[in-house]
Design a protein around this ligand. Structure first.
Ligand SMILES: Cc1cc2nc3c(=O)[nH]c(=O)nc-3n(C[C@H](O)[C@H](O)[C@H](O)COP(=O)(O)O)c2cc1C
Length: 225
């Protein structure tokens, strides 16, 4: 069993999976454990659709790719990425993206190749299960606190997954098409999609899964007084 620090350090976003399914009892254990995530006033504002039905996943992916191909850049409930990228975050984004493209011999200036690569998100990187995390629209009407709670819940899912030798990839790409996903899942009108987490058994032979973006030094992100 990994220690908490081991789970933190061995987690990294994996973008190629084996077709081996994640048993439902393991999904339940992970989501039950993630349900212990603290939240303001114990609201527990997350509502998760754990989807392993291949047809449903394909339909969601097809619907998103159809929008992309029609030139629609988003159809979302919330704006995840900054509207105006400033440094140092802009630089970190470029360094992280370039590193991945370089590893895969993709020319960073080849927009079509990059878009095709991004579409892998909506093929779930070959994984058989995706957790789609929603909250109630009322919770984000004039308030942002539940984003903190649901972000912590995301990390809980990803760390709990490590205990079962499972890997994950958090997805803000799906945030951008949250309304498409809500429609495909026939989610109730009061729910808004926040993000998804792909979960499965990573393909250790896939080159893309060797990518581990570095982190800035502690001194650049923490101030001790
Ligand atoms: C909220 C969130 C959204 C993300 N969205 C995507 C995504 O849509 N597709 C993707 O391939 N990676 C996505 N990532 C993964 C990040 O690129 C990754 O966490 C970061 O580069 C650090 O790498 P690591 O997770 O391997 O440590 C996302 C991560 C987070 C936390």
């Amino acid at each position: 069993m990994p220690s908490v620090l081991q789970a933190l350090k061995t987690r990294s976003s994996k973008r190629a999976y084996l077709t081996k399914p994640v048993p439902k009892d393991i999904q339940e254990k992970i989501l039950e454990a993630a349900g212990m995530t603290p939240s303001g006033a114990n609201m527990q504002p997350w509502i998760t659709y754990a989807v392993s039905d291949a047809k449903t996943l394909k339909n969601i992916g097809d619907a998103i790719i159809e929008k992309m191909d029609a030139g629609i850049i988003n159809n979302q409930f919330i704006q995840y990425y900054p509207v105006n990228w400033v440094n140092p975050y802009k630089k970190r984004r470029i360094v992280t993206g370039s590193g991945l493209y370089k590893l895969l011999d993709v020319d960073r200036k080849d927009n079509d190749a990059r878009i095709e690569m991004w579409k892998d998100n909506f093929r779930w990187f070959g994984a058989q299960t995706v957790f789609f995390v929603f909250t109630d629209k009322a919770n984000i009407d004039g308030a942002e606190g539940v984003f903190i709670d649901c972000g912590a819940y995301m990390q809980s899912i990803m760390l709990a997954a490590r205990e079962f030798d499972l890997d994950t990839c958090p997805q803000g790409s799906t945030t951008e098409f949250g309304k498409v996903i809500a429609k495909e899942l026939k989610a109730p009108e009061n729910l808004a999609l926040l993000y998804s987490v792909v979960i499965g058994y990573a393909d250790d032979n896939a080159k893309i899964n060797t990518y581990q973006p570095s982190r800035v030094a502690l001194k650049d992100t923490a101030i001790f007084i």
